[in-house]
Each structure stands twice: as C-alpha cells, then as structure tokens.
Ligand binder design. Structure first.
Ligand code: AMP
Ligand code: FE
Ligand code: FE
Ligand code: ZN
Length: 284
C-alpha cells in the first residue's frame, strides 16, 4: 500500500518529515509522496530517514491555483499536485515557490487584521510561532481553537477562515494553467488533487487543461464518496490521464484522516498505481 498525498510540519501538517516516514514504516507503507504546500523542504528533510527505513519517498509539491471557467465569469479554487520534480529542482521553480509563500504571508497579515476587526484576539507573531515560514490557515485554526474561539479546526474554518466565512481573505492567485506550466518546466507531472472537492464541471476543466499539460487525476482520495472514485477512474481513462491516490494526511490538522488509510479506512492505494504513474512521467 502507498500514500501519494501527505503534509508535514514544513507546511501545514503536524508530523515532522522524520516522524511521517517513521509512521509510514510502522504501517508498512511501501511508498509515500510528501506533497507539502509550496515547499520541498519537508521532502528534503525526509530523504535520509526514508533511505534508512526503506520507505520509497516520492518528491512532490501541492500548489493552490484558480481556474476561471470558460463560460462563466466565476473562478474556482483548484489544488494541483506535481510529482517527480527534477532533483534538485531548478532555481527558477524554487524562486517561484518563494513568491507563492510571500503571497500567503501578505494574505496572513490581512487575515490577522480582519480577525482583530471582528474582536478576535490574535497576533501575527502568535500564529507565525506555530507555522514558521509556511504559516497557513490551519495554523490560524489551531490558534483559534487554543484560544477558545472554536471547538475544532473544522469549526474555525467554518466560522472564520473558510471561503465565505466572516474573516475570509483571498490570496493573490495563480492561474491553474500557470501552475501546470511551472510543474512541467520543473520536470514534474501535474495532477489534479481531490477532484471531488471541486465546485465546477470537472470534465470541462479537463477538456481545457489536458492540452495544457495536465497529466493525472487523484481518483483515490479520502474525501471521495464510494460513487466518486469509480467515476473519476472512468474520467481519467476517457481523458488518458494517469491515476493517483492519497489521503491528504495532515496529522492533527485533520485528525479524522489517517496516513495510508484515509477517512475511517476508506482508502487503500496499491503500489501498481505508483508504477503506472512513473511510466507515464517517463514519457513526458
Ligand atoms: P492556506 O493555503 O493557508 O490558504 O490554507 C489552506 C489549507 O487549509 C488547506 O490546504 C487545508 O490543509 C486546510 N483546510 C482548508 N479547509 C479546511 C477545513 N474545513 N478544515 C480543516 N482544514 C482545512
Ligand atoms: Fe493543507
Ligand atoms: Fe489540497
Ligand atoms: Zn494536500
């Protein structure tokens, strides 16, 4: 069994890269991909632990992008995974990731101001003490829980931080097309993350972005219903896309999601998925 979608403390997970590898070894997972948001630091820190334990480690990243639907004037949030980046990734890609981190930092300043306006007692210092260089909304969520403004991180998102909630502040957004291009230029295979979460016509998105270089679909995901998984497998086949699968493990940020096993054990991704993915990537 494998897990191709995980987060560490290098972004918004709660296990360090070394702890994540130890947990994967404990579960006898054959391979894991570390897909931290906007950074490869977690992957890099995990390399030697993976070598020691024999867990196969895949270099990856997760980007937050927006897709503007062709017909409507609406845009939707789309998470994009990139697998098998050049090692080491080129300087240009690293610099571009730094810009993504900077845009989150600017958003965080505005988010703190907005929360303070709402009478919520939080400071930028407090939240960056938790999230470091890659402070994101999950770190805000944990702080809000600690301070009693919400009972769980999910409630903090619902009341304050999520799209449409009181304190929501959008981030300067990268177009999905640019995310796909950046990953391809960095040697990676771009994959649409947890498509079941998308608030748009996924097939229309594929029709537009497969010609732009999208190469895969995360058909196996914790949040997919038993009906969605076969639907996305069929969609991937129809559009000649590789299939991936992962839990989107974040540790205590999303306590219900287990490494390798997903939500209540709804996930089990066979090693063959990684073999096929590598074969597709090799043809890029
Ligand atoms: P950011 O990139 O800083 O805007 O934060 C987005 C991250 O927040 C996502 O990658 C998820 O890990 C997390 N997230 C989003 N919605 C929720 C939610 N309802 N409950 C818990 N975590 C969430
Ligand atoms: Fe996350
Ligand atoms: Fe995601
Ligand atoms: Zn993720």
């Amino acid at each position: 069994m494998i897990d191709l979608h995980t987060h560490t403390t290098a972004s918004d997970g709660t296990l360090t890269p070394t702890e994540l590898i130890a947990a994967a070894a404990q579960l006898s997972l054959e391979a894991v991909a570390i897909t931290d948001h906007d950074t490869l630091a977690g992957y890099e820190q995990a390399v030697s632990a993976a070598r020691q334990t024999g867990v196969e480690l895949v270099c990856a990243v997760e980007l937050s992008t927006r897709w503007r639907t062709m017909k409507a004037s609406r845009s939707v949030s789309v998470h994009l995974l990139g697998y098998f980046l050049f090692e080491p990734p080129n300087q240009e890609f690293r610099r571009w990731l730094e810009q993504q981190i900077e845009s989150r930092r600017i958003r965080n300043q505005r988010l703190v101001a907005r929360l303070q306006q709402l009478g919520v007692d939080v400071t930028l210092e407090e939240v960056t003490a938790r999230g470091g260089r890659l402070t994101g909304r999950p770190h805000f969520a944990r702080l809000l829980v600690e301070k009693g403004y919400a009972a769980t991180p999910a409630e903090a998102f619902h009341r304050y931080l999520g799209e449409g909630a009181q304190a929501y502040v959008p981030r300067e957004s990268v177009a999905l097309k640019e995310g796909i291009r950046r990953i391809r230029e960095a040697g990676g295979l771009p994959v649409l993350a947890h498509p079941g979460r998308l608030h748009c016509d996924v097939e229309a998105l594929l029709v537009e972005t497969v010609p732009q270089g999208l190469g895969g679909l995360e058909a196996y995901a914790s949040e997919h219903t038993p009906e969605q998984t076969p639907y996305f497998l069929e969609l991937a086949q129809r559009h000649e896309l590789a299939v991936t699968g992962g839990s989107d493990f974040h540790g205590e940020t999303k306590p219900a999601v287990a490494l390798g096993a997903g939500l209540g054990g709804n996930l089990s991704v066979p090693y063959a998925v990684l073999e096929r993915l590598r074969a597709v990537a090799a043809r890029l």
